[in-house]
Design a binder for this molecule. Structure first.
Ligand code: 9MG
Length: 278
């Protein structure tokens, strides 16, 4: 059955329409906007601009998870992320924090984060407990390997069955620890230990993932798979990203994680008008 509501701290999202999560990487080395928002003032301006454009959530990341990225010190991640979470949460923005570290999760939730977005699906010791002790939403992402090496030789017996099985198991572990079903989102993790062929199988199969009953988040914005299809560089992939977002939503994705919030919302409005016949 299609989930109706997503609860993230003090925010409750109606899932009758797709949600848009705006991306804010405050790292010096993210693949698309690396370094652009390392200055906290610029980062805050960018987050507020995405909010004004209509983003439902803003996802802040202080450690790059792009292929080949090396880990950063926890103290650096905290220093990059927490002041922004405090400022945006005080504005009433629903802030998601992209982190794999339980210490950062706890600090982010204390600072007002509404969601924890973990590309390691809360597998670090203490991560599930850190989220269970709060009302925050959680996004559980499938990743094969770890960012430094994950794109070297990803292999699966059956990519859809493997990803689906992993995500359902992680969601069950979260529920067993006390995280309500209405707080859980799953994400196949496009580009996280996947070839273009794997990503396309997963994108075509969003309906199978959505049939688990958990809302599905899709993050394909400006990713290298879109570059492989179009031959465009990261900065030139907005049209491809819009097409990917629409393909995902048409197959049942509940949330799209994007760099281009205004343009994605326009595309979704046209799609919704066609679907509803208005
Ligand atoms: C942090 N991050 C980078 N890519 C992502 C994706 O596809 N999904 C989610 N949830 N987070 C992502």
């Amino acid at each position: 059955m299609k989930p109706l509501v997503l609860r993230c701290g003090r925010h409750a999202f109606d899932l009758a329409r797709p949600l848009v999560m705006g991306i804010l990487n405050v790292t010096p080395d993210s693949f698309s906007d690396g370094g652009r928002y390392a200055d906290p003032r610029r980062a805050l301006e960018r987050a507020r601009a995405m909010r004004d454009d209509g983003a439902d959530l803003i996802d802040i990341g202080g450690e790059s998870t792009r292929p080949g990225a090396s880990p950063v010190a926890e103290s650096d991640e905290l220093a990059r992320v927490i002041p922004l979470v405090e400022a945006l949460a005080a504005d009433g923005v629903a802030v998601s924090v992209d982190t794999r570290r339980p210490g950062v999760m706890r600090a982010a939730i204390a600072a007002g984060a509404a969601m924890i977005n973990d590309v390691a699906a809360l597998t670090a010791p203490g991560a599930v407990e850190a989220c269970a002790a709060s009302e925050a939403g959680v996004c559980l992402v499938h990743m094969q390997g770890e960012p430094r090496t994950m794109q070297q030789a990803p292999t699966y017996a059956d990519v859809l069955a493997d990803v689906r099985g992993f995500l359902v198991d992680r969601a069950a572990a979260c529920e067993a620890a006390g995280i309500a079903r209405e707080r859980i989102v799953i994400d196949p993790g496009f580009g996280f230990g996947k070839t273009l062929a794997h990503n396309l199988v997963l994108l075509r199969s969003i309906a199978t993932l959505a049939a688990t009953g958990y809302p599905v988040l899709v993050g394909l914005s400006r990713k290298s798979s879109l570059g492989a299809i179009t031959g465009r560089s990261a900065g030139e992939r907005m049209p491809a990203s819009l097409a990917a977002a629409l393909a995902a939503v048409a197959r049942g994705a509940a949330i799209v994680r994007v760099h281009d919030v205004r343009e994605t919302l326009d595309a979704l409005k046209v799609w919704a008008a066609v679907e509803s016949g208005t």
